[in-house]
Design a protein around this ligand. Sequence first.
Ligand SMILES: Nc1ncnc2c1ncn2[C@@H]1O[C@H](COP(=O)(O)OP(=O)(O)OP(=O)(O)O)[C@@H](O)[C@H]1O
Ligand SMILES: [Mg+2]
Length: 258
Amino acid sequence: MDQRTRALRGENIALSFGGIKVLRGLSVEFCAGEVTGLIGPNGAGKTSLFNCLTGAYQPQGGSITFDGRPLDGLSPASRASRGVVRSFQTVALCPDLTVVENVMMGLARNYHAGWLDALLPLSRGRRETGEMQNAAVEALASLGLADARDLFPQQLPPGMQRLVEIARAIVGKPSVLLLDEPAAGLNNAETRDLTQTLRRIASPDLVMVIVEHDMDLVMSLCDRIYVINFGEVVTCGPPEAVRRNENVVSIYLGSDDD
Ligand SMILES: Nc1ncnc2c1ncn2[C@@H]1O[C@H](COP(=O)(O)OP(=O)(O)OP(=O)(O)O)[C@@H](O)[C@H]1O
Ligand SMILES: [Mg+2]
């Protein structure tokens, strides 16, 4: 891939826990304008890689850059302020906040008024809260969730909770969107709707990476797919090439996760 393409790059990332090597000098390149899939068996290191890219884990080796600028050592919040956001494998919504308030949390980095401004009758706080609310409602509406705005997360079925997480991730118009198993817990119809939604979210400026076990979703949505196993890249290529790759067939596509 052309080095000038805006991309999130990880080079030689090494991560271990107590002597157990989880990522073994793994290199990836996720480019703007592409939807990249990241697949591999349970325990392969997919979520750990996301954790390294977002700053939740500090790898012992390697480097991570976005658009040529290093992200190493930056906190998850600093990386989010550079537009690197994610959704979680296990839905992580705040149960005491309404749906729209949860989505507004995804905008905290874009606004300067703190919660104090929002609570006190100060004009900056009121104006910014109103803007955040409008943006959150717009993001919810784009995912067909406008009617759920004033409900609490636990009042929604799992599939809709996942969409709320995605709304929170996209509300700030990210540059990099990392989705960890967005179809987990969704039924077939919900997964088909999600595939359409993700296709709509994809844009030439966005780096989108999807970890997913649902092969129909991955194969139909992704431009390129990385297969990882035991913390190493097995292969990377367009869906058809990956589907035909013998190593992939033996380690993954024939397994129960398919
Ligand atoms: N904080 C941690 N402490 C110890 N071991 C960890 C930690 N995080 C991940 N691991 C280990 O790293 C390995 C990779 O886990 P990871 O969650 O990245 O896999 P995965 O590819 O996302 O799997 P799945 O498809 O099941 O979600 C596993 O063996 C896991 O136990
Ligand atoms: Mg995982």
